[in-house]
Write a new protein. Structure first.
Length: 172
C-alpha cells in the first residue's frame, strides 16, 4: 500500500514544486520521519496534501486507501479561508479535538511541520521560519499529545527555539 500511496500522491501533485525542488522531496522527507510510526502513518504522510493541493477528493482517498486514511487526510487538509491565519485557525481548532485512532493524523502533522521547518533552516528561509515560529504555540496546543511522537516534537521545539534565538541575535 505504501508504494501505491506514493505513486498516487506523485501523480496527483504532478509538476507541483516544493520551493525549487520536486514535490516528491517534501513527501519523502515527511514519510522518512514517519517510519517509526508504521505503514498507515507513512501512507497518510504521502497523501497529506493531495486533497488540499490537487483535484483529489476525500472520496477518492476513501475508495483507494480506506476510511482511517481518508479521515486522517481530511483532518490534515486546511479549511478554506481568506488568509493563512484563518485557514490555520480552523485547522488547529479541528486538530485540538482529535482523539482515538485518528490521532495518527497528529503524528503526520508533526512530521510535516518538522520537515517544513528543517527545509526552512537548511534553505535559510527566515520569513517562513518566522511564520512557523509565530504559529508554534497555537499549533503545539492543538496537535501535541503527550507520548504520541515525542522525538518529532523535541526536534521541532528545538529548531524553532534555536532559530528564534538566532533571529533575536541578528536583530541585536
Amino acid at each position: 500500500m505504501l508504494d501505491e500511496a506514493r505513486k498516487f500522491a506523485l501523480a496527483a501533485h504532478g509538476k507541483q514544486r516544493y520551493g525549487s525542488r520536486p514535490y516528491s522531496v517534501h513527501l519523502d522527507a515527511v514519510v522518512k520521519l514517519l517510519y517509526p510510526y508504521g505503514i498507515d502513518a507513512q501512507v497518510i504522510g504521502y497523501l497529506h496534501d493531495v486533497v488540499e493541493d490537487t483535484e483529489v477528493s476525500d472520496d477518492d482517498i476513501r475508495n483507494c486507501f480506506g476510511q482511517l486514511v481518508a479521515d486522517c487526510v481530511a483532518l490534515l487538509t486546511d479549511s478554506p479561508g481568506a488568509s493563512r491565519a484563518e485557514r490555520k485557525a480552523a485547522t488547529y481548532a479541528r486538530l485540538a479535538s482529535v482523539t482515538g485512532a485518528v490521532e495518527l493524523a497528529l503524528v503526520v502533522k508533526a512530521a510535516d511541520r518538522l520537515a517544513n521547518v528543517r527545509t526552512c533552516a537548511f534553505d535559510d528561509q527566515r520569513g517562513l521560519m518566522q511564520v512557523y515560529r509565530s504559529e508554534h504555540p497555537t499549533f503545539r496546543r492543538a496537535a501535541y499529545r503527550e507520548g504520541l511522537c515525542e522525538p518529532l516534537w523535541v526536534e521541532l521545539d528545538a529548531l524553532l527555539t534555536v532559530t528564534a534565538s538566532a533571529a533575536a541575535a541578528d536583530q541585536g
